[in-house]
Design a binder for this molecule. Structure first.
Ligand SMILES: C[S@@+](CC[C@H](N)C(=O)[O-])C[C@H]1O[C@@H](n2cnc3c(N)ncnc32)[C@H](O)[C@@H]1O
Ligand SMILES: [Zn+2]
Length: 278
């Protein structure tokens, strides 16, 4: 983590700015947060650290890492990198809210850097396990354990804010973005993972259309990316284990998937673009 990134973070106790002091971040009121060996820092407010739901657990995070590194979602990763590039900044400050294990951040940083830009990236997630993996995968980034509804990022720091399949916190997103900054919000298309759901459920449903208007944000376009992927049994299991379906599928459905030699499914992301109102 460098000083410019630390300046984008904020103290979860008093909301003040943070600076680097040796292996810790500290605010003017002397609230201090140790950096882990992997370089990330825990900025979850004390009262939230022991909450019942500290984000995705170990098996889900591991499955997501395995699946995302397989290349199956590379069209989505590439599109996200291109959209960040199209925002047109030479030195963008980027925040990934609910960053997970960091595979998207790796692609975003690589895409921008290859095009001659110098991104400064902060990623945060409720899951410490995910943040630890992200910090290792993207050492150029600054990563924090933190929640979207009490985000550890300074007011107006972000030029671009990413939200890929993570909780949407409109007020905090607006606070973190500078006026005119870009929000890139990835949501599933109606047919995303329909082939997987056809195996898991007797009556699969399409995903509902996501509401697309938020106060304080001006819609600025949309890009839809779709594909059809074929997975072997192991990768189909990894996909299943990284989705919420893992927790609400009847045992017969999970057994059917386990017995499949492979899986072919439609996939699709809608990247919804917004500018923060000036
Ligand atoms: C479906 S995963 C997406 C992760 C990553 N963006 C990706 O697409 O690979 C949702 C993530 O949101 C995190 N999460 C859940 N609630 C959160 C919150 N309130 N604030 C921040 N992250 C949260 C989970 O720990 C998990 O990593
Ligand atoms: Zn403080």
């Amino acid at each position: 983590m460098n000083a410019a990134q630390a300046a984008g973070l904020r103290c979860p106790v008093c909301g003040g700015g943070l600076g680097i002091w040796g292996r810790a971040l500290r605010c003017a009121k002397n609230h201090s947060f140790d950096m882990a060996r992997e370089g990330y820092v825990n900025l979850l407010p004390i009262q939230k650290r022991h909450a019942a739901d500290p984000g995705d657990g170990k098996a889900m995070v591991a499955a997501r890492r395995t699946f995302l590194q397989s290349g199956a979602y590379d069209p989505f990763r590439r599109a996200l990198g291109e959209l960040c590039l199209q925002a047109g900044y030479k030195t963008p400050n980027i925040v990934d809210a609910g960053c997970g294990e960091g595979s998207y951040d790796r692609t975003v940083v690589d895409t921008l850097t290859a095009a001659g830009a110098e991104p400064r990236l902060i990623g945060f997630d409720l899951s410490k396990l995910a943040v630890r993996l992200a910090a290792k995968l993207v050492p150029e980034g600054a990563f924090a354990v933190g929640g979207s509804f009490c985000a550890p990022v300074a007011d107006g720091w972000a030029d671009i804010l990413l939200n890929v399949f993570s909780p949407f916190a409109a007020a905090e997103f607006s606070r973190m973005l500078r006026p005119g900054g870009w929000l890139i919000y990835a949501v599933p298309t109606p047919r995303h993972l329909f082939g997987l759901k056809q195996v898991l459920y007797d009556q699969p449903y399409e995903n509902p259309a996501i509401r697309t208007e938020y106060p304080g944000f001006v819609p600025a376009g949309e890009r839809t990316v779709t594909d059809t992927i074929t997975l072997d049994n192991a990768m189909a299991q990894a996909l299943f284990a990284m989705t919420p379906y893992y927790f609400n599928t009847p045992p017969e459905g999970a057994d059917r998937l386990a017995a499949c030699p492979g899986l072919t499914t439609e996939i699709g992301f809608r990247f919804l673009l917004y500018r923060r109102a000036e």
